[in-house]
Each structure stands twice: as structure tokens, then as C-alpha cells.
Design a protein around this ligand. Sequence first.
Ligand code: NAP
Length: 342
Amino acid sequence: MKEGLVEVVLPGKVEPEGLRIRHGAVPAPGAGQVLIRMEATGVSFAEQQMRRGRYYDQPPYPFVPGYDLVGTVLATGEGVDPGLAGTRVAALLKVGGWASHVLVDAADVVPVPGGLRPAEAETVVVNGITAWQMLNRKARVRGGQTILVHGANGGVGSVLVQLALAAGVRVIGTASARHHDALRERGVLPIDYRTENVAVRVRELAPGGVDAVFDHVGGRGVVDSWRLLAPGGTLVSYGSASTRDDEGSKSWPVLKLLARTWLWNVLPNRRHAYFYNVWGGRALAKDRFRARLRADLTQVFAALQRGDITAQIAAELPLARVADALRLAESGTVAGKVVLNP
Ligand SMILES: NC(=O)c1ccc[n+]([C@@H]2O[C@H](COP(=O)([O-])OP(=O)(O)OC[C@H]3O[C@@H](n4cnc5c(N)ncnc54)[C@H](OP(=O)(O)O)[C@@H]3O)[C@@H](O)[C@H]2O)c1
């Protein structure tokens, strides 16, 4: 029987149940493209924002969401090495991953090493690239330093924490109390951001300040994050989770963070501040962006193979149950990534 295309469509601002399943014909790869049969995709924080119309860079509705995926190359287009067919690859997409078959530029796929299950590899695509680049390219954290990671149990946070611990870094992490035992077991010093005064607790644990703060919460709290830095320290702001449910402009919270971090960075204060964007540099230098992404994701996969990081899979659900998957990811009751499979 011929394979058909199954994809999930986000028609507009809807509750998870408003997502639609669409059937169609499997597309053929164009020049420079590969056709991937999806084996695992996932629910990212971005989709929680997109269904509310709150992701700063989302396309107009309707569209197929899905920030990243892992799958096997089924067919190659003109100009692409036909030897790629049959290999397992990962890709960072922003949208389009929630589908049984996906067309991707061959230059954008990264090989997944043998021995990793698709769902495991999936948990570290956007989360792993983000964590790796913030840690090693932005903050350049070294062994012996102390860092503060907000949302230490989240998708990005848990990878970042593990990469840092493996490098001999001391990690303070914020999370709801129910995640504290798991964090302690991992070697993290947990703080409950819901009930404790985070700034006071961090100063107790690191009286001289911390060498880096990773902040996806945004809003006013980012000022505290900045103030907690030791001389020479770096703030990496990378999200605005606290404004997910706000009304009004979806760009304004991010623009404010960009302006703040820019200003802090240029003022003479012996500290650094950046807003990290996983897509940064792509428009200006696509080849360089691709080379860096490939190198960094390859390092993350190697860390996963070595056991420096473990894949945290909250649940695995079929694509047809995407509404349940999104509800679960938004419930705040699970740790790790909700993975979708065909
Ligand atoms: N800039 C970029 O390029 C980039 C790339 C990837 C991701 N991101 C951002 O990274 C963030 C995390 O994404 P994810 O996929 O890892 O999400 P996730 O798995 O849902 O994790 C979110 C974490 O944030 C915590 N959290 C939620 N609201 C919070 C608040 N108001 N204050 C403090 N902590 C809060 C949650 O903790 P509890 O469960 O304990 O409540 C959870 O640990 C998102 O904001 C996303 O937009 C940015």
C-alpha cells in the first residue's frame, strides 16, 4: 500500500482540541531537499505560545507546528547525495515537524549516531542545541564555576544542568518543589521559585555572586538575574515564559529583553548580558550557522551516547493524540519532553 501523509494543522488561536489532522499525498523532494519519514517529534514551549498567538516569530495561521524532529531519509532530491537515503537524521525546523513526512533542505539535517532511539535523540534537538550553545558559546562556563539555571527540570534546563555538571560546574537550579528530589539526586542545589525568595537563597549559596545565569522567565525577574552575577559573570536571557498568557504584542516582551541585555552589556560594569536566539546568525551567514549547528548537535548526541546526559522523556504519544500531548506538556505535572511518534 502507498504511504500517505498525515499532518497536524494549527488553524488559529485554539485550545489543544482545536488542532486538526490532515491527510494528503507524500510530497517528492525538490532540488537540494530530502524527504524524511518522521520517527519522533516533540512538544516544545514554542507550540504552547504559538497556539495562543504568542510566539514572537510564528507564521500566519493555519500552519503545521513542530519545532524539531528525528527520522529516516526516504528519498533525495536533485543534487543531493543519494547515499543519504536510509540514514537517520535530526533537523531543527521551527514549524512543520508534526507530520508523518517532512521535506527538509539536505544541508539542514544532522546525522543521528547509531545506538540512540529516535525518541531519545528527539529530546536533545532544539533543547540540546540551545543548552549547548548558551553554555559553551555565550557564557563559556568552565569547571569550578557556579551557575544559576532557571527551570532546571524543563526541557532546555535539564540538558543544560547535566552538561554543566559533567563539566565540573556547581549548579543552582530553580524549579517547583515536586522536582527537587530528582534535581538533588542529579547534584543540583534546588530552589523553589514559587515559595522561596530566589535572590536571597542564591546569595546564601553563592555570596560572591554566580558566574552565569540562564533565564527563560523574562519579565521583571530578569533584573534579579542580572544583579546575582559575580564580577565577570554572564547573563543569558533566552525566553519570556512569564508572559505566555499575557494579552497584547507578542514581540514586545522579547524586544524589551533585547534592549535590556544590550544596554547592560555595553555599560562598563564588568558583566556581560546577551539575549540568545537559536536562529541567531542564520539570515546573515547560512553556511556558518549550519556548520555550527551541526558541530554542536553532534557534540550533544555524543554526550547522550556517553551518558553525560540522559534523555528525559515525559511521555510518548502518537501524532493522532497531539491534543493530549499538548495538554500534558502544559499541565506542569511532567518532567522532560513529551514526544510524538507517527
Ligand atoms: N531563545 C531560544 O532560542 C530558545 C530556544 C529554545 C527554548 N527557548 C525557551 O526556553 C524556555 C524553556 O523551554 P522548554 O521547552 O524547556 O520548556 P519546558 O520543558 O516547558 O520547561 C519550562 C520550565 O520553566 C519553568 N517555568 C515555567 N514558568 C515559569 C515561571 N513563571 N518562573 C519560573 N519558572 C517557570 C517550569 O518549571 P515547573 O515545571 O517547575 O513549573 C519548567 O521547568 C521557553 O521559554 C522557550 O521559549 C528559547
